[in-house]
Each structure stands twice: as C-alpha cells, then as structure tokens.
Ligand binder design. Structure first.
Ligand code: GDP
Ligand code: GDP
Length: 462
C-alpha cells in the first residue's frame, strides 16, 4: 500500500507543475468515470526515494461565494481519500480570499494539511512565507515547483510520520541505494532474498480491475462460485478493496476485489463502488492484475491508462475482454482489429476473450495468470543472463557511439517481480533506444517471459 497525497489550492498556484514534477513521465490517470468529476488526475510518484500516489485536483475557482460548494464537488473527495493534503498557495500573490476559504474548510475537517507556498524562486522567500501563517494551519513550506527547490524537504517532512504505516513507500530508496557499488558484488542482496522465497508456496495476489460496468463483479462471482461470495460487510472506507482468500487447483490465491461484491444489489453502486485510488492501491498490492475490458465498448484512454499504470508499477498483467457472448463474427473481427491496434504497447500480455456471465473462457485466464507470475518470479543466474546478452550482441552488434563501439560486458539479475536485468559495459548509457528495445525483446524471448514487463538497466563499467 502506498500513501495518497492530494494537491489542493486555487487555480494557477502551481498544482499541475508540482504534480508533473512528482510523477515525471509516468502516465496520469484522469478520473473521467461516470459520476465522478472529470478533472481529478491521479499519478504514481517516485520522488527522492519515496513512492506514493498523488492526486491533482482541478482547483477551486476563487469565487468566494462558491468556495464551499466547489470544495465539495472538486476536491473534497480527493481530500477524503488522501493521507496528506498539500494546500498550495502562491507566494507571489500573498493570501487571497479563496485561500482563506480553503483554509477554513481544511481546519474544519481536521485533516493534516501542509501549507505550501509555491514560486519562491527569485523573491524574498522568508518574507513571502510569513504571510501565510495567517491561514491558521501551522508551518509554511516554501517551494519552487518549477525548479524542484524545497520539494524534497517538504516530502521528507510529511512522509516521516507515515513510514510506519506504509513500509513499502520507501522501497525505491533501498533498492537504488546500492547501484553505484554493486559491480563486483554480483549476487546482490535482492538475489539472496529472492532465492530464499518460495514463490509457489505463497498465495498469489490477484487483482481484478477495470472501468465501472465492464463486468468485474460478475467475473469475481464467477471465479469464486456463487456459494463463496463474501456477504458480510467489511469495515473500511471506499478506498479499501476486499481481500478474499481462495484456492484453485491446489494453489492458494488472494483475490483483491475492487468492485465490491458485497455491494451487489445496492442501488447507488457506480459511484460508490468505484474509486480510482482503490484501483491503484489494488494494482500496487497485487502480483498479477487482470485488466477487464468491455468488448461492447471501444477501448478508452482510461482503459489504456489503467494498463499503463499496472505496467509502470511493474505488475504482471492478463487482459480479459469480457462480454464476448452473443457477438456476431464480423463484430468480433472488428473488435480484435481495434485491440491489436490499441494494445500494441502490451504485446507481451495474453489477451483472453471471455464471458463472465456465462463462464466461457474464465478457466483459461488462470493459465495465463500463473504463466505471468512464473515469468515475473523466475530465477535466472548471472551466467545464463550474460550468455543471452552475448548472443544478442553477436546477432546484432551494438552501435558505435562517438566512434567507439559500445561494449557489453556482463549481465546479472537486479530484481524480480518485475524481472530486472542489469547490463554492465562501456558507454552503455549511450545506447540508443532502438538497441535497448532490441535487447529487451531478446531477453524476453530467450527467457520465455510472458505477461510481465521486463526492465533492463545499464551500468557503466570503470
Ligand atoms: P495550477 O492551476 O495550480 O495547476 O497551476 P500550474 O501548475 O498550471 O501553474 C500556473 C503557473 O505558475 C504556470 O504558468 C507555471 O509555469 C507557474 N509556476 C508553477 N510553479 C512555479 C514556480 O515554482 N515558480 C514560478 N516562478 N512559476 C511557477
Ligand atoms: P463492474 O462494474 O465492472 O463490477 O460490472 P458488473 O459485473 O456489475 O457488470 C456490469 C453489467 O454487465 C451487468 O449488467 C452484468 O450483468 C453485465 N455483464 C457482466 N459480464 C457480462 C458478460 O460476460 N456478458 C454480458 N452480456 N453481460 C455481462
């Protein structure tokens, strides 16, 4: 589980700038689901060794009368879902009435909010910040989102109290810490830990995700069998999924149910049961993600964003195209063509055509789930990886960079789930993207990796 940070504030204070800085190139998920406001953006942030989910709210419109209403419709839900609220103000403008309105609201709900005075570049930061103590929310943190100044210390301040509750959030820090010095020590700490784990004996955490109405609940019920449906209400908030232990062919699974089987039959379902944060958390927590698409709807950007998010998070995925029943063959061909076109970026994921309603194709999903999990956790030694690297270089030699041939020296495993391969050599950081992709595909094919992204990283030898 990762903590959730919401950025709130009136327009133009720099929320998007900070959001983009925190999420960098990662895809943002835009909440364009029915019943939800259109303009909340969700992204996965990986910054200064912290991993978290960040929500960029549309911002309140600075209309004094309407503030409470705007807060309610635009940002309230984001604030509700967040562990940390960053209340952004513009250090150059000083306090505005909109800021006061937001501050009042934040004080009234009693959630921990940090006042962030943005745009302190090129001005007297201390003087500008002093103004904002008047908001009555305690300390004021000066930053320049556009340049990154002050952002690390701000995050450090707000995440330190959360580390106990979210031990996973600083994983990135520990796994990158040893990058520089692991050259001789080829068997990294991660290898040892990985070798000690018997992945087959662990329950496989399987999340079923997708837009509202694609058939997640129907699929969950189908998998569990009617009699296994959990009917009791679990304590928790709308952002919690239900974890359902189950067994299949002698293997243990934990089904992460984002759809909320328990809510079946209730009327106010769509908005209630669906939460982007819940979906993102489920993906983070899963080993394998089944991304459910609706064959009767065109593939939307939201579908692609969800898949992209799962890939960025390094999760293994299986794609289930649901509602495949009752379609004529022309229509089916048309749908397949569209999927080929739009899902090219996940060509390593298995695609299943299923009917959750009638059960057809559901059993086969599990073969791909197991295959993806095995791919993500398989152990490969240094000599085999180095051999594959050498074969790749023999078949297609690395290019010249500044007149010198890039030299690949050896490869070793840098982590699993998703598999990471570290390649050491000379000028490897200058390898063009096309050759990097060639290597990635070569490793993928040679290792028989399906359903999981494979990451190759390069280290300069010296
Ligand atoms: P939002 O409406 O709150 O999402 O604000 P934006 O992120 O779109 O930023 C509004 C304007 O402020 C843009 O023109 C940004 O370039 C500018 N801006 C954002 N951060 C900084 C900063 O740290 N320093 C300066 N000088 N300008 C900034
Ligand atoms: P969720 O919001 O993703 O959990 O979707 P539901 O499982 O609630 O399903 C939404 C609607 O699609 C319901 O009316 C289901 O009966 C219907 N549905 C689900 N799976 C299938 C299927 O395989 N075929 C058909 N024709 N309809 C389905």
């Amino acid at each position: 589980m990762l903590p959730v940070v919401a950025l709130v504030g009136r327009p133009n204070v720099g929320k998007s700038t900070l959001f983009n800085r925190l999420t960098r190139t990662r895809d943002a998920l835009v909440a364009d689901f029915p019943g939800l406001t259109r303009d909340r953006k969700y992204g996965q942030a990986d910054y200064d060794g912290y991993q978290f989910i960040v929500i960029d709210t549309a911002g309140v419109h600075g209309d004094e009368e309407g503030i409470d209403k705007e807060m309610a419709s635009q940002s309230l839900r984001a604030i509700d879902e967040a562990d940390v609220v960053l209340f952004m103000v513009d250090a150059r403008d000083g306090i505005t009435s909109a800021d006061l309105g937001i501050a009042k609201h934040l004080r009234s709900i009693g959630k921990k909010a940090y006042v962030v005075a943005n745009k302190i570049d090129g001005i007297d930061a201390d003087a500008a910040q002093a103004d904002f103590y008047e908001l009555g929310l305690g300390n004021v943190y000066g930053i320049a989102a556009a340049h990154g100044r002050g952002v690390e210390s701000l995050l450090h301040k707000c995440f330190t109290p959360l580390l106990d509750d979210y031990p996973d959030m600083s994983v990135a820090r520990s796994s990158t810490a040893g990058d520089a010095d692991d050259e001789e020590n080829v068997e990294t700490q991660e290898d040892l830990t990985h070798d000690e784990i018997d992945y087959d004996a662990l329950p496989l955490k399987l999340a079923i995700v997708g837009r509202p109405n694609v058939g997640k609940s129907t699929l969950t019920n189908r998998i569990l069998g009617e009699e296994r449906v959990v009917v009791y209400d679990m304590p928790g908030t709308t952002r919690d999924s239900i974890y359902i232990p189950m067994e299949r062919d002698g293997r243990e699974y934990i089904l992460i149910d984002t759809a909320g089987v328990r809510r079946r039959g209730k009327i106010d379902e769509t908005v209630e049961k669906f939460s982007v944060i819940k979906t993102l958390q489920a993906i983070e927590d899963a080993n394998v993600v089944i991304c459910v698409l609706d064959a009767r709807e065109t593939v939307s950007d939201q579908d692609l964003n969800l898949i992209g998010f799962a890939l960025n998070a390094g999760r293994s995925i299986v794609i289930a195209v649901n509602k495949w029943d009752g379609l004529d063959s022309d229509h089916k061909e048309e749908i397949k063509r569209e999927l080929d076109r739009r899902l090219g970026f996940v060509d390593f994921a298995r695609v299943h055509f299923i009917s959750a309603l009638h059960g057809s194709g559901v059993g086969n999903l599990f073969e791909s789930v197991l295959e993806a999990y095995a791919s993500a956790t398989q152990r490969v030694g240094t000599s085999k990886l180095t051999r594959i690297m050498e074969m790749a270089a023999e078949e297609h030699q690395p290019p010249l960079v500044r007149g010198r041939r890039v030299k690949l020296k050896y490869a070793h495993a840098g982590g699993y789930n998703p598999p990471r391969v570290i390649i050491h050599g000379n000028q490897v950081n200058d390898l063009p993207g096309a050759y990097q992709r060639y290597l990635t595909n070569y490793f993928r094919k040679s290792l028989g990796v399906m359903g999981t992204p494979i990451k190759i990283e390069f280290r300069e030898s010296e």
